[in-house]
Write a protein that binds this ligand. Structure first.
Ligand code: NDP
Length: 329
C-alpha cells in the first residue's frame, strides 16, 4: 500500500520544490522498524528545508520532518513490537534521512523512543522537537546551578515553539521569566504561559556594549546574533545561558568580556544528536511538567497538504507557538 508523503526535490535552477506524493514501502530507507506515523510537526528547521532557504537537506529527493510519533507496524528488532507507541526526533531525520512528514517511516531501532507514560502521539508532536529542545535548555541551566531563587530568567524568541515551551516550563518551576519578543501584541498570551515581564526584542537586536547592566540570572536564547551577544553582556556574575537557536542569525558578534570578567557560561544545546539518556529524561519530564491546557492553547493542527504553505510564515515569525501535523489528512 503506498503512503502519502511530502517530498522535496531540487529543480535545475537549484530551487527546492515541495509536493505531496505517494511512496511505496520499498522506497523507504533501510531500518529495522516500520512505523505508521500519526503526527509530525512543523519546526523552524523543517521550514528552512521546505523553502530551501538554508542547506538543511543534504540529499534529494527528501521527505522532510525532523520528528514524528506513531505506532510500530513491523519490527526486526526485539526491543519493539507491532502496536508499540513510539516517537523519534533528530538523528538527521528530514536532513540526511527521510523524515516524519509522511504516513510511514522506516528507521533504525536505536533511534526510537517509547512514548512516555501519560503522553499520546498528538501531545508528543504538539511538544515536538521545539518543546523537547526547550526542556534540554532548562536541563542545561539546571546543570549549571540555575534555581528559581537565583533571580530573573530571560527567554528570547518568546513566541516561537522553543520560547513558548521554555516560558511554561520555567514559570512552572517558579522562575520569574521575562519574555523577549518582537510581537508585543502577544503579551497577554505570554503572561498566560507564566511570563512575568515582557522585553521588546528591539532592545537586544542591534549592536550593544560588551558589558551591560547585570540583569539576568539565567537565559534561554533562540535567536543568536546580536541578541545573544546582548544577552551575554547582560548576565549576572557566574550566570548560565543556554543557546539553541539562530532566528536572527548564525553569527555571534560578541566579546569575551562576559566570560572573563563575569564568569558567564555559554552552553550550546543540540537536540539532533543528544545522547539517548538525555532524550529519555527530557521526554519523561515533559510528560510530567508541561500543563496539558498550555499545549492545546499553544498548538495549531494542519494536514499534510497544508504544510508547504505554512513554512514561509513560520520563518517570518508570523506563527505563534507550535504546529502539529496530522499526516493522515
Ligand atoms: P519559531 O520560528 O517557532 O520561533 C522563532 C522565534 O524567534 C519567533 O517566533 C520570533 O519570536 C523570534 N524571531 C524570529 N525572527 C527573529 C529575528 N530576526 N530577530 C529576533 N527574533 C526573531 O522557531 P523555534 O522556536 O522552533 O526555534 C527557535 C530557534 O531554535 C530556531 O533558530 C531553530 O532553528 C532553533 N532550534 C534549534 C534546535 C537545536 O537542536 N539546537 C532544535 C530546535 C530549534 P518573537 O515573535 O516572540 O520575537
Amino acid at each position: 500500500m503506498p503512503y502519502q508523503a511530502l517530498k522535496l526535490t531540487r529543480g535545475e535552477d537549484g530551487a527546492t520544490q515541495a509536493r505531496l506524493e505517494r511512496i511505496a514501502e520499498d522506497e523507504l530507507p533501510e531500518g529495522e522498524v516500520l512505523v505508521d506515523v500519526a503526527y509530525s510537526s512543523l519546526n523552524y528547521k523543517d521550514a528552512l528545508a521546505i523553502t530551501g532557504k538554508s542547506p538543511v537537506v543534504r540529499s534529494f529527493p527528501m521527505v522532510p520532518g525532523i520528528d514524528f510519533a506513531g505506532t510500530v507496524r513491523r519490527s526486526a528488532d526485539p526491543r519493539f513490537k507491532p502496536g508499540d507507541a513510539v516517537l523519534l526526533n533528530g538523528w538527521g531525520l528530514g536532513e540526511t534521512r527521510w523524515g516524519g512528514l509522511a504516513q510511514a517511516a522506516r528507521v533504525p531501532a536505536d533511534w526510537l523512543l517509547r512514548l512516555p507514560a501519560g503522553m499520546d502521539a498528538r501531545q508528543a508532536m504538539a511538544i515536538g522537537t521545539a518543546g523537547y529542545t526547550a526542556m534540554l535548555c532548562v536541563m542545561a541551566l539546571e546543570r549549571h546551578n540555575a534555581t528559581p531563587e537565583g533571580g530573573p530568567v530571560l527567554v528570547t524568541g518568546a513566541n516561537g515553539g522553543v520560547g513558548t515551551v521554555a516560558i511554561a516550563l520555567l514559570a512552572g518551576q517558579g522562575y520569574a521569566v521575562t519574555a523577549s519578543t518582537g510581537r508585543p501584541q502577544e503579551a497577554d498570551y505570554l503572561y498566560s504561559l507564566g511570563a512575568s515581564g515582557i522585553l521588546d526584542r528591539a532592545a537586544l537586536s542591534g549592536p550593544g556594549k560588551p558589558l551591560q547592566k547585570e540583569a539576568w540570572a539565567a537565559a534561554v536564547d533562540c535567536v543568536g546574533s546580536h541578541t545573544l551577544a546582548n544577552v551575554l553582556a547582560g548576565m549576572r556574575y557566574g550566570a548560565p545561558v543556554a543557546a539553541c537557536g539562530l532566528a536572527q542569525g548564525m553569527d555571534l558578534p560578541a566579546t569575551v568580556a562576559p566570560f572573563i570578567l563575569r564568569g558567564v557560561t555559554l552552553i550550546g544545546v543540540d537536540s539532533v544528536y543528544a545522547p539517548m539518556g538525555l532524550r529519555e529524561e527530557a521526554w519523561r519530564r515533559l510528560a510530567g511538567e508541561l500543563p496539558r491546557g498550555m499545549l492545546e492553547a499553544n498548538t495549531r493542527e494542519l494536514g499534510l497538504s497544508e504544510i508547504a504553505a505554512a513554512a514561509e510564515p513560520l520563518l517570518e515569525g508570523r506563527i505563534r507557538g507550535r504546529i502539529v501535523v496530522d499526516v493522515n489528512r
